[in-house]
Design a protein around this ligand. Structure first.
Ligand SMILES: Nc1nc2c(ncn2[C@@H]2O[C@H](COP(=O)(O)OP(=O)(O)O)[C@@H](O)[C@H]2O)c(=O)[nH]1
Ligand SMILES: [Mg+2]
Length: 386
């Protein structure tokens, strides 16, 4: 996104109202928001309706309303899509803080003030949550609750680092500081623009405010089967786009170097022309030296950025202890997998070994990222998963 918002007409707060066939709700939403914000932020806000060329001509009504409400602007697009409409509105917005609120009165305009309060206290992102004390959903049928929670669970499991930071990452009602998202390229899909913000941007302080999702009184929901497909595609895309590919390749390169250390030392320790120790003892010593080698390289290279946040010898020793345990367990897992595939499934032993190596490498990488080099959750430092 490019950074408007300074110079002429700068505002403190820009609220985007995405609309598609909201003719019957728009006037009331705008009236209530204007009433609240004229009192709380006189002259310091703007409302931006982004309409996707609604057949019911919401855009025409919105244009009409601009005569009555000075702070209202309207954008009419020829594309469709809730998330992309929100981002389009933010691009044109002049506010330092950007917000989104649905235009169907399911998002209570009053909550905007509570969100704004959190931003004023210093939050980078303030989210209206249905899933905290005081929040909820009105009269949702059981299947709808289950569906909504199921979608949330799936997304949380796929993107735990970013979405696990709040109670309602699926919320469509929030406010965010422009500077927190300004440098990021967003690629919106479907309905959940908050997921884009959480996953792609460096958000520090997140605040949540409870709200009750009201029943729709007028007009119809635009949720269709397509929205579900888009949601799944969106979660997958965010996951793939934010995989730590570079880090993983470094991890593999270090692992490869360990093989040479292991082989070289095995020769040195066990060969009769060298030290001539017993094979088991030699192998254990060689493997441990390879683990030390790998740890040192991973600490100064693969995970350097994370290690840099945990200085001191004790911290390093702690990382090494965890790395050592994970690698040892990984080795046991390797042997177990190889055996299971070879003996139980009757697989070719080299194919089985190759599969075991891939699985254990992923296992080692994942655990080491999350345990050995994990940065302890500081006070809202909000380190993003790479
Ligand atoms: N501009 C735009 N707005 C949309 C689109 N789809 C939904 N909306 C608006 O987004 C808000 C939420 O949509 P809604 O269908 O009520 O979602 P639900 O509350 O989850 O059922 C409403 O204000 C809709 O008018 C779209 O494709 N384009
Ligand atoms: Mg709605």
């Amino acid at each position: 996104m490019d950074g408007h918002g300074h110079g002429d007409g700068a505002r403190k707060l820009s609220i985007v109202l995405p609309t598609y066939n909201e003719h019957r709700n728009l006037r009331e939403v705008v009236r209530r928001l204007a009433e609240l914000l004229d009192a709380a932020l006189p002259g310091g806000y703007e409302l931006i309706v982004v309409d996707d060329n609604s057949p019911d001509e919401t855009w025409a009504l919105a244009a009409e309303l601009t005569h009555e409400f000075q702070e209202l602007r309207v954008m009419r697009r020829s594309e469709r899509g809730l998330a992309s409409a929100v981002l389009r509105g933010w691009q044109a917005a002049r506010g330092e803080v950007l917000a989104v609120l649905h235009a169907d009165l399911q998002h209570d305009p009053e909550v905007v003030l509570a969100l704004w309060n959190e931003i004023e206290r210093g939050a980078d992102l303030a989210v209206a949550s249905r899933h905290m004390a005081g929040g909820g959903v009105n009269e949702w049928a059981l299947h709808r609750r289950l569906f909504s929670r199921g979608a949330q669970l799936l997304a949380m499991l796929t993107l735990p680092g970013a979405l696990g930071r709040l109670s309602d990452p699926m919320s469509g009602f929030f406010m965010v500081r422009r500077h927190a998202i300004a440098e990021n390229t967003m690629s919106p899909l479907g309905y959940k623009v908050l997921m884009e913000v959480l996953v792609r941007c460096h958000i520090g302080w997140i605040a949540e405010v409870p709200y009750v999702f009201r029943e729709r009184v007028d007009g119809a929901s635009k949720i269709t089967g397509m929205v579900v497909i888009d949601f799944l595609r969106h979660v997958l895309r965010l996951r793939l786009d934010t995989l730590p590919v570079g880090r993983f390749l470094r991890f593999c390169a270090v692992g490869f170097s360990g093989v040479f250390v292991d082989m070289g030392l095995l020769y040195l320790f066990s060969d009769s022309h060298a030290l001539g120790w017993g094979l088991t003892r030699s192998k254990l010593m060689a493997a441990e030296c390879a683990i030390v080698n790998n740890f040192l390289w991973n600490d100064v290279w693969t995970f350097r950025d994370l290690a840099g946040d945990q200085t001191g010898f004790r911290a390093k020793l702690k990382r090494f202890a965890k790395f050592n345990v994970i690698c040892t367990v990984g080795l046991a897992l390797n042997v177990l997998l190889l055996n299971a595939q070879f003996n139980l499934l009757g697989m070719n032993r080299y194919l089985a070994n190759a599969i075991a190596i891939v699985v254990v490498t992923l296992w080692n990488f994942w655990l080491n990222t999350h345990l050995s080099w994990r940065v302890a959750e500081g006070q809202n430092t909000g380190r993003r998963m790479e």
